[in-house]
Design a protein around this ligand. Structure first.
Ligand code: ZN
Length: 243
């Protein structure tokens, strides 16, 4: 955008204000105060993101392998109690088994992440096979929640292979993590709280699990650690897009 030329003395005050407004907008754009078109700003890239949108004492909670008919509703109640939004990386088979839980996740305003149909290790898969699986998974999510927005993709086991490029083509940002605490073991609620509190770093995406086994310790740990982190000045944010 080029700045408009100086208004001629003959144009009306209203038109002059319009020109001044356009000039101010042009200045703001060139100063980086206004980002590019929203559609562009929201585009996915093949970069695997592991950080929050904002810098500083922010973290993002992400939950894998659900939905689970017991752990996920319990977790949703905990998140609602503390007014925290998270991202849920959904396993397609589980989505088809418990679509009502996916609807609850979406209704509560959490973000959705495609975690493949059958939780396969895709390290050696070609792009076509990956695309077929990811599209099937997204279709399963949208069968549960019509028109659902699916912002992210996470590869099972962190075996990214060629998945980041395919996910980006399908409009999903590959979602990595900076902290994981072995909640699949599980090591005990107090130990999970300790690992999260001691391991979190500014801007970290934290990986936890609400599916794939008994996740009651994870749910309890999240319930305990959120107020502790908030008291230490931490705030909850969504994972970045575009890397
Ligand atoms: Zn997983």
């Amino acid at each position: 955008m080029t700045p408009p030329s100086a208004p001629s003395p003959r144009i009306s005050p209203a038109a002059r204000r319009l020109v001044a407004g356009a000039a101010a907008l042009a200045t703001a754009v060139s100063a980086g105060l206004v980002t590019a078109l929203p559609a562009q700003a929201d585009q996915a890239t093949p970069a695997v993101v592991d950080s929050t949108v904002h810098d500083g004492r922010y973290l993002s909670l992400t939950f894998d392998d659900g939905p689970d008919p017991v752990s996920t509703p319990a977790l949703l109640a905990v998140l609602k109690k503390h007014h925290v939004k998270a991202a849920f990386c959904l396993w397609g088979d589980h989505v088809q088994q418990h679509p009502e839980v996916v609807r609850q996740i979406a209704a509560d305003g959490h973000r959705l992440c495609n975690h493949t149909m059958h939780h396969n290790d895709m390290a050696d898969w070609d792009a076509d096979a990956i695309r077929q699986d990811l599209e099937q998974t997204s279709a399963a999510i949208r069968a549960a929640v019509p028109g659902a927005r699916i912002d992210y993709f996470r590869a099972p086991y962190g075996s990214w292979g060629r998945t980041p490029e395919v996910a980006a083509e399908l409009g999903m940002q590959p979602l990595g993590w900076r902290l994981t605490v072995g909640d699949w073991a599980p090591p005990g609620t107090a130990e999970l709280v300790r690992r999260i509190e001691e391991g979190v770093t500014p801007g970290a995406v934290v990986l936890l699990h609400d599916g794939g086994g008994d996740r009651s310790q994870t749910v309890e740990a999240v319930d305990q650690v959120i107020p502790r982190l908030q008291a230490e000045g931490w705030r909850f944010d969504k994972p970045a897009r575009r890397g």
